[in-house]
Design a binder for this molecule. Structure first.
Ligand code: ADP
Length: 184
């Protein structure tokens, strides 16, 4: 059983690795970005609120995101553990998540931190070409990452597993699986 957070800048490969890890161990995978994109596609109330924010590369308000994650974790029925991808992205989100973990009695949380240099991130994002992967929006998202999200690394200081996100998808995945094995 693994309870994991996967953390890193836009374009580092969080979503790709989170999917592989969740498939390997049967974990509940919650990508807050995917959750929002689905809501936007479906035109739900949340989608209408989030559309401009997500498309502009800014952050959806903390209270909305915290509510989504809390509800999803309560509803989750797998007993194999979970992987959160794209959350927490701010200090208030990290603080709220700690409270949720306390309330739900989730223990042994591990944080995977994927890294890559900015040139590589920009190159990958431009290649991916999602709606929010235009040059200006990428710049803004990297800025938001530096400002709002990077401090979250310190919040989990000493409890993160740092992984070099540059290389082949399968190689990086193998390194992650090896590190997870060490956790027992
Ligand atoms: P990436 O990691 O490439 O930026 P994501 O799919 O994780 O892609 O996120 C896409 C967008 O969804 C973000 O730029 C942001 O607008 C919104 N988003 C996702 N997660 C959160 C969150 N935890 N808090 C606020 N906004 C979020």
């Amino acid at each position: 059983m693994y309870n994991l957070l996967i953390f890193g800048p836009p374009g580092v490969g969080k979503g790709t690795q989170a999917k592989l890890i969740s498939e390997r161990f049967g974990l509940f995978h919650l990508s807050t970005g995917e959750y929002l994109r689905k809501a936007i596609d479906e035109g739900t109330e949340l989608g209408k609120k989030a559309k401009e924010i997500v498309e502009g590369g800014s952050l959806v308000p903390d209270n909305i995101m915290i509510g989504i994650v809390k509800e999803a974790l309560i509803k989750n029925t797998t007993d194999k553990g979970f992987i959160l991808d794209g959350f927490p992205r701010t200090i208030p989100q990290a603080e709220a998540l700690s409270e949720i973990f306390n309330e739900l009695n989730f223990k042994n949380i591990h944080v995977l931190h994927l890294t890559a240099d900015e040139d590589e991130l920009v190159r990958r994002l431009l290649n991916r070409g999602r709606g929010d992967d235009t040059e200006d929006t990428i710049k803004h998202r990297l800025h938001v990452y530096e400002d709002a999200t990077k401090p979250v690394i310190e919040y989990y200081d000493g409890r993160t597993i740092i992984i070099d996100g540059i290389g082949e998808i399968e190689e990086i995945n193998a390194i992650i699986l090896e590190k997870l094995k060490d956790l027992g």
